[in-house]
Write a protein that binds this ligand. Structure first.
Ligand code: ADP
Length: 352
């Protein structure tokens, strides 16, 4: 059977088609710069039209959805109530969930009879214990407003855990690792006995590591100061923290390939800050895990930058820990999940 995966980012659409159960990649296409001035593609709906595949020839469509909130903590077959819940979650993921929804809605119009599955970036972190996912804020903000750590990049961390288990020849349920997904967005995850027990991204994908243009961890008072003392609006602050910070904020560039070629202080400082933050998280997660089988590097930076890997691992505390470099494949993991969910549904229909 053919499984198509649609991964609609804020300004891009990735599509891969796999043959299952063999997991062979049959098709891959990425449309970037959606809605930008130098692009012919004005919207996600147009991008879906522009894909060189006929969705009606597909058996299952799997969608990446960034935020599943408290209600959607596992992959699900999409129906009206799932769509309503994803819509309700837009305030928690304003850049991502709307694009994901367009993907779902257009695919449903074009291929109304094909089962579609939503796979959430947050789902792998549903196993976080309460002491990890609560912020030390008034408890009602969690109870009434769902303010808590959700964590993201879950499909990637989950895929990396399964691949690491294969490489280390261990059962997933016995695996203790720290996974580092280092792309433009970046996050770390502490995985104990195969399950996520802590992760660096939080209520939104802004918390944690120093990223391409996101600041990561910050004293929250800075946000208030920017508004109160510098007169910034919430939208301006959001823009500064998400789009003008991180590596870009420090050295004017967010592409690590370019940064490592530079000799100037700011470029070196940006990399040093990113590396130090990653090391702090590894140290913290070593304490939580106690035994660590491996540190796994992935994402554009983790997979390709040997110098960043060496800088991160250059610490006496990490010297006996195995390092693995694994190419992540979020689309394949979404296809795996979609296949599992649809098979589970058909076998439960049979037993009814
Ligand atoms: P996204 O989060 O957008 O999916 P990627 O996982 O593609 O991001 O990672 C993008 C980052 O990876 C960029 O900072 C880019 O410079 C970096 N990168 C990609 N290839 C290399 C390379 N060969 N050496 C160093 N950095 C690289």
């Amino acid at each position: 059977m053919k499984i198509a995966v649609l991964n609609a980012g804020s300004s891009s659409l990735k599509c891969k088609v796999f043959e299952f159960p063999a997991k062979t990649l049959l098709f891959s296409q990425e449309i970037e710069k959606i809605g930008e001035s130098d692009s012919d593609i004005a919207s996600h709906a147009e991008a879906l039209e522009a894909l060189d595949i006929d969705l009606r020839e597909i058996d299952i469509i799997g969608h990446r959805v960034v935020h599943g909130g408290e209600k959607l903590q596992q992959s699900v077959v999409i129906d009206e109530s799932v769509i309503t819940t994803i819509k309700d979650l837009i305030p928690l993921a304003p850049l991502h969930n709307p694009a994901n929804l367009v993907g779902i809605e257009v695919a449903r119009q074009k291929a109304p009879n094909i089962p579609q599955v939503a796979v959430f970036d947050t789902a792998f972190h549903a196993t976080l214990p309460k002491e990890a996912y609560l912020y030390a804020l008034p408890y009602e903000l969690y109870e009434k407003e769902d303010i808590r750590r959700y964590g993201f990049h879950g499909t990637s961390h989950s895929y990396l855990a399964k691949e690491a288990a294969k490489e280390l020849k261990k059962e997933l349920r016995e695996l203790n690792i720290i996974t580092l997904h280092l792309g433009n967005g970046a996050s770390a995850c502490a995985i104990k006995k195969g399950k996520s027990i802590d992760t660096s991204m939080g209520f939104t994908p802004l918390e944690g590591l120093v990223m391409g243009s996101r600041c990561g961890d910050l004293d929250p008072e800075i946000v208030l100061y920017l508004q109160r003392e510098l007169g910034k609006t919430p939208q301006e602050v959001e823009h500064i923290l998400n789009k003008e910070s991180g590596l870009l904020g420090i050295c004017g560039e967010n592409d690590l390939r370019e940064i490592v070629l530079r000799e100037d202080e700011r470029a070196k400082l940006a990399v040093a800050m990113m590396v130090r933050r990653i090391q702090k998280y590894i140290g913290a997660y070593m304490v939580l895990l106690e035994d660590v089988d491996a540190i796994v590097f992935s994402g554009g930076i983790g997979e390709h930058s040997q110098s960043v890997r060496e800088m991160v691992m250059d610490n006496k505390l990490f010297k006996n820990i195995k390092m693995l470099v694994i190419q992540t494949d979020e689309e394949l993991e979404i296809a795996n999940e979609s296949y599992r969910v649809i098979n589970q549904r058909s076998s439960s229909h049979k037993t009814q």
